[in-house]
Design a binder for this molecule. Structure first.
Ligand SMILES: Cc1cc2nc3c(=O)[nH]c(=O)nc-3n(C[C@H](O)[C@H](O)[C@H](O)COP(=O)(O)OP(=O)(O)OC[C@H]3O[C@@H](n4cnc5c(N)ncnc54)[C@H](O)[C@@H]3O)c2cc1C
Length: 318
């Protein structure tokens, strides 16, 4: 038997979460195979081999030229019927969960999303994240083929080189599966993204206005990071939703998150809690973000943030 990893990629660019899924798959103790969907992903064989994959199954079809949940879900289902793996492990991202939900419905199998720990056996014992990260649940999974996704940022990608072979399949996909496909792409600003930035400077309602983000931008630029924000900020129209951290925004995992004027409501916290260190700047010493942070400065962010930037510059030039 084998464990099949569904490779998340965007026109051939692998999602880092796939390599985390490889770590979880390897821990299940069976040979790890991977399914790449679409010709664009053919070039991913080497990176998958570096992460312990011994067989890459490449699915080719005209309908797989770009992402579409139904076509991808049917492709996963096709491969499960064809090769009968003991389990399928995918990324606990929007796409990974969407594809696995499609596959599970087509295979009439249960599916456990966003797992943080998996203990194989009969049944499997699983810990998973629910309710946007505010609930950890323990459950068991009994199924002839176990379908799971791995919560993003809960496993650290680590290489485990394997010798690899490849196989190409052509699933039968009918045109009705192209109901939802990526039709158009909008280029986002170049550079590091909120999800992958090593440093994020977040601003909340305490920033006070769109213009108030200027000093946060300066601090982020000085440290090679990006600016994020809370939903209070996007609701006020001060920043774009693409900058929002949280349950209904982006989940971040920087080395350092500097949270300025953010109270730390649970919906914000679930998007920020994977940060390795948190520095909170807040006038309220009892704010959730302050009590959960590794470091805190109790004070007015309009004074504290420019002072930090000035001190960094002084030390760099001095
Ligand atoms: C279904 C649902 C989904 C949600 N999803 C998200 C989400 O994805 N992301 C998200 O962020 N929220 C989300 N929310 C909203 C969330 O509940 C909070 O309302 C929001 O996070 C609060 O934003 P805030 O911390 O900026 O504002 P507030 O809670 O108003 O906090 C402002 C903070 O700024 C401090 N402050 C004020 N002035 C200063 C100053 N001059 N200097 C320093 N500190 C100062 C205050 O002490 C306070 O702690 C969601 C809510 C719901 C119901």
């Amino acid at each position: 038997m084998s464990v099949l990893v569904v490779v998340e990629h965007d026109r051939g660019t692998i999602a880092p979460a796939t390599l985390e899924a490889c770590v979880a798959a390897r821990a299940l103790g069976e040979p790890v195979h991977a399914l790449t969907i679409g010709v664009a992903a053919d070039g991913l064989v080497d990176v998958l081999a570096e992460h312990g994959v011994s067989l890459v199954v490449r699915a080719h079809h005209d309908l797989l030229a770009d992402y579409g949940p139904e076509a991808w879900g049917e492709t996963v289902a096709h491969e499960v019927r064809r090769s009968s793996p003991s389990a399928v492990v995918a990324t606990g991202t929007d796409r990974g969960n969407e594809v696995m939900a499609q596959a599970a419905a087509r295979l009439d199998l249960p599916f456990v999303a966003n797992c943080t720990e998996i203990t194989p056996g009969e049944p499997w014992s699983i810990q998973r994240v629910r309710w946007g990260g505010s609930l950890l649940e323990r459950c068991t999974l009994t199924a002839p083929v176990k379908l799971v996704t791995v919560a993003h940022h809960t496993h650290e990608a680590s290489p485990a080189p394997a010798s690899v072979t490849t196989e190409t399949i052509s699933p039968e996909l009918d045109a009705s599966l192209a109901r939802t496909v990526v039709a158009e792409r909008v280029e986002r600003a170049a550079g590091v993204t909120l999800a992958t930035a090593p440093l994020v400077v977040g601003g909340g309602r305490g920033v006070g206005s769109a213009d108030g983000f200027g000093p946060l931008e300066e601090l982020a630029a000085e440290l090679g990071g990006v600016v994020g924000c809370s939903r209070a900020v996007t609701n006020n129209g001060w920043r774009n939703h693409t900058d929002q951290v949280g349950q209904t925004g982006t989940r971040i995992a920087p080395d350092l998150y500097i949270a300025c004027g953010i109270s730390g409501a649970i919906q914000h916290w679930v998007g920020a809690m994977a940060s390795k260190k948190i520095l909170a700047i807040n006038t309220d010493a009892e704010a959730n973000m302050v009590t959960k942070a590794d470091y805190a400065v109790i004070g007015d962010l309009h004074q504290v943030v420019p002072a930090i930037t000035a001190e960094i510059r002084r030390r760099r030039t001095g």
